[in-house]
Design a binder for this molecule. Structure first.
Ligand SMILES: [Fe+2]
Ligand SMILES: [Fe+2]
Length: 201
């Protein structure tokens, strides 16, 4: 079993998959934003912990890879005629951030574990959607799933090597429970990391 499968405590509800399969074009807008956000989160960690050289080295590579993902999604949007529009962010990222501890070293551990969980969820959703979508974006989603699985392991390894096993395991359980709650509680807006639809759309 891969890291991303091991750390997720609940599967994506099938109602989300059904909706995302029919509205995949509009979902590209949020997906592009998620790739940009993944790069900026990695950069923010590098700025917050400049003394952590190993973290800086691996997250610099990760940020570049996320920006390439952004470029790939943007090209696909051009191909299928989806324009950019400003969207309100969903509740997922803010819901996870609300669980962040403010004092160090807990904050750093939480940031790494939350990033691992986000990568794991992205990976799960790419794997679910890839076979259900047209060849493009299906192929792109298949490729991105592999990259996000690597990112999940990278963030987990950073967390695991910076805290005692009992500490990171306990924190991962608490944050993964919060993540599972966010992903299974109905939500009005469709986003890449949203819950199932609140009512039939
Ligand atoms: Fe990505
Ligand atoms: Fe990623």
């Amino acid at each position: 079993m891969s890291d991303w499968q091991r750390i997720l405590l609940a599967p994506t509800p099938s109602a989300w998959v059904e909706l995302a399969t029919t509205r995949w074009r509009e979902l590209l807008i949020d997906h592009a934003a998620c790739e940009k956000k993944a790069a900026s989160t990695a950069l923010a960690l590098m700025f917050a912990y400049p003394q952590d050289r190993a973290l800086g080295r691996s997250l610099s590579r990760l940020a570049r890879e996320e920006l390439r993902h952004f470029e790939q999604v943007q090209s696909l949007m051009d191909e299928v005629g989806v324009g950019f529009e400003r969207q309100k962010p969903g509740r997922y990222a803010s819901g996870l951030r609300a669980a962040l501890r403010t004092a160090e070293p807990g904050r750093k551990l939480d940031l790494l574990l939350i990033s691992a969980l986000i990568e794991a969820r992205s990976c799960e959703r790419f794997a679910l959607l890839a076979p259900l979508l047209p060849p493009m974006p299906g192929r792109l989603y298949g490729d991105l799933g592999g990259a996000e699985a690597r990112h999940c392991t990278l963030y987990l390894d950073l967390a695991r090597s910076r805290a005692a096993p009992s500490v990171w395991r306990e924190r991962l359980s608490a944050l993964a429970a919060r993540e599972a709650e966010l992903i299974t509680t109905p939500e009005r807006t469709l986003r890449f990391h949203s819950g199932p639809p609140l009512q039939p759309c």
